[in-house]
Design a protein around this ligand. Structure first.
Ligand SMILES: NC(=O)c1ccc[n+]([C@@H]2O[C@H](COP(=O)([O-])OP(=O)(O)OC[C@H]3O[C@@H](n4cnc5c(N)ncnc54)[C@H](O)[C@@H]3O)[C@@H](O)[C@H]2O)c1
Length: 269
């Protein structure tokens, strides 16, 4: 059901890889709610070709950009600004740890890989916002969002150096969000999403256990990628204009539960 919440709004959506991606669901939902946007992903991800189907469905252009490259980001924003004028929203839905991918444990990290993963997963958010800032790309009361995970605050073994990357990402959201708010009333937030079966999610060691545990702890159960898309839409809409500098848990209540009845049952003698 469409509420027309994003009617006339323009944006950029980073990170739709395939139909499981959170960004993919956000793009579908944003389109239903009346938004127009440019889709972007790393050139290597675009070679898979899946994004073209989403672009066709939503009438969007696809512009390749490695989110760690200021040059690529500059070209992407130039394209979006020429097409739409100033923007109402940006979604940063990007994450990758080379150490996780290559099975390095936290006590034995490869620091070159750590630096690369940090650049992709965290610093890229600063780079995206700096590009938008320098080009004065955002409309007043615009909204910028990034996706994060509760491993930034609590231990989830296996999440590895991504936990540190997410903590850094959340801090960038606050620090840059403060500047954006003062300059042109743009809000910047992170959504801390439940474990979700996507390419990035399933790359984490023990993901199957994570997702089941979270389901048993959260009174509402895990939030799906579709649920997350709905929440992103509210944060891009005019109904949330004064929400900024927040890390917003979107996890069925998981983050505030110590132990649940379901989990206790497993331990009761
Ligand atoms: N899946 C989960 O369990 C979960 C939970 C909480 C938060 N998140 C976060 O949600 C976001 C989206 O992940 P997802 O779960 O939809 O997985 P996904 O694998 O579908 O998306 C990750 C995206 O990052 C892109 N990417 C990687 N390197 C890039 C680069 N250099 N430049 C541009 N893009 C690049 C990938 O191509 C991919 O599209 C990530 O920030 C992730 O950490 C995921």
């Amino acid at each position: 059901m469409s509420y027309g919440l994003l009617k006339g709004k323009k944006g950029i959506i980073f990170g739709a890889l395939d139909s499981n991606s959170i960004a993919w669901k956000v793009a579908e939902r944003a389109y239903e709610e009346g938004a127009e946007f440019v889709l972007t992903n790393a050139p290597v991800a675009l070679r898979m070709g899946e994004l073209n189907a989403l672009a066709e469905k939503t009438g969007s252009d696809v512009i390749p950009a490695d989110a760690t490259s200021m040059e690529d980001l500059g070209k992407l924003f130039d394209h979006a600004l020429a097409k739409f004028g100033k923007l109402d929203f940006i979604l940063h839905s990007i994450g990758m740890s080379v150490n996780v991918r290559k099975g390095k444990v936290y006590t034995d990290l490869n620091y070159d890989w750590l630096t690369k993963g940090w650049d992709i997963s965290a610093v890229s958010f600063h780079k995206v916002m700096k590009t938008a800032w320098d080009k004065d790309a955002m409309k007043e009361w615009g909204s910028i969002l990034a996706l994060t995970y509760i491993a930034a605050q609590r231990i989830f073994p296996g999440y590895n150096d991504m936990a540190d990357n997410k903590a850094y990402l959340e801090s960038i959201a606050r620090s840059f969000g403060y500047e954006w708010g003062l300059r042109n009333k743009v809000r910047v937030n992170t959504i801390s999403q439940s474990p979700t079966p996507t390419t990035a999610g399933q790359g984490v060691k023990g993901f199957g256990g994570f997702i089941e545990f979270a389901e048993d702890v959260a009174p509402l159960g895990n939030a799906t990628a579709d649920d997350c898309a709905g929440y992103c839409i509210t944060l891009f809409s005019d109904l949330t204009k004064k929400v900024t500098l927040q890390n917003l848990y979107h996890d069925g209540g998981f983050s505030n539960v110590g132990v649940s009845d379901k989990v206790m049952k497993r331990y009761e003698k």
